[in-house]
Design a protein around this ligand. Structure first.
Ligand SMILES: [Zn+2]
Ligand SMILES: [Zn+2]
Ligand SMILES: [Zn+2]
Length: 252
């Protein structure tokens, strides 16, 4: 079985070609998918254009099916459109697998968490940007071990880095600042998503001993945040900061 797989893999060769010439209709310039037609004058067209070009008063059709090109298209794999950001995936040109992959590709550039910043980058590069440009603090933590962080309401963002697997998470305020209350969400911001389902528990305790907490699954950052812990302004400590207990854990 392994030898068969190796043989199948060995059939793949990477070539460079101008796809827009090979797989575009010569008339409407649309994407070519089988059936592909070729006219006597050399025009290669899609089915729609074949009907337009087909001579109405001729005993011979003047065109043939281009089965050779259809075969090329059938076995064609093209790179993910986020290859410039580092994605190495090649996916079948036909069918929906490339669209499905690109929707969920971990190299899709995401907008920076800092509200007035227009920078966009894939998740891993986004963390580098946060620490380099916004000087966001990295807090190392371990799953199942509580971590106390103190958040400045004027810079409500910090990076949480798991000590063993190095996966990065971002704890941030997803809405516009309002002194009445703050919202806090945790998202995973590493290039590759962890194989296990990760949850976060955020808890805030006021000086009067009041406690509020939220448990939520941690999703990969896709520009949309999930549920967030709402912390009222009365939870500020004496330094004007908000103390949060962060507990990250993995579901088996
Ligand atoms: Zn066409
Ligand atoms: Zn991709
Ligand atoms: Zn930024």
């Amino acid at each position: 079985m392994a030898a068969k797989e190796a043989e199948a893999a060995a059939e793949w060769r990477t070539v460079r070609l101008k796809l827009h010439i090979l797989i575009r209709c010569g008339l409407c310039y649309g994407r070519l998918t089988p059936p592909v037609y070729q006219f006597e004058n050399g025009f290669v067209t899609c089915r729609k254009c074949q009907k337009i070009l087909e001579p109405s008063s001729s005993s011979t059709p003047g065109y043939i099916r281009n089965h050779g090109l259809e075969k090329v298209i059938e076995f064609l794999s093209i790179p993910c459109s986020h290859s410039t950001h580092g994605c190495n995936e090649y996916l079948p040109y036909l069918g929906s697998s490339i669209a499905n992959h690109e929707k969920d590709c971990s190299y899709v550039p995401r907008r920076c968490f800092v509200k007035k910043c227009a920078f966009e980058a894939p998740n891993g590069a986004l963390v580098q940007h946060l620490t380099a440009e916004h000087r966001s603090t990295i807090h190392n933590f371990s799953y199942e071990v509580p971590l106390r962080v103190s958040i400045d309401p004027y810079e409500p963002l910090l990076v949480l880095r798991e000590s063993d697997d190095g996966v990065d998470f971002v704890l941030f305020e997803p809405f516009d600042n309002c002194s009445e209350h703050y919202n806090f969400s945790v998202v995973c911001c590493s290039q590759s998503r962890p194989s296990n389902k990760i949850f976060s528990k955020l808890a805030a305790t006021s000086d009067e001993g009041m406690e509020i907490s939220l448990k939520a699954p941690v999703e990969q950052w896709k520009g949309l945040f999930g549920v967030s812990l709402v912390v009222p302004g009365c939870f500020y400590n004496r330094d004007g900061k908000i103390d949060l207990d962060v507990y990250m854990y993995v579901e088996d």
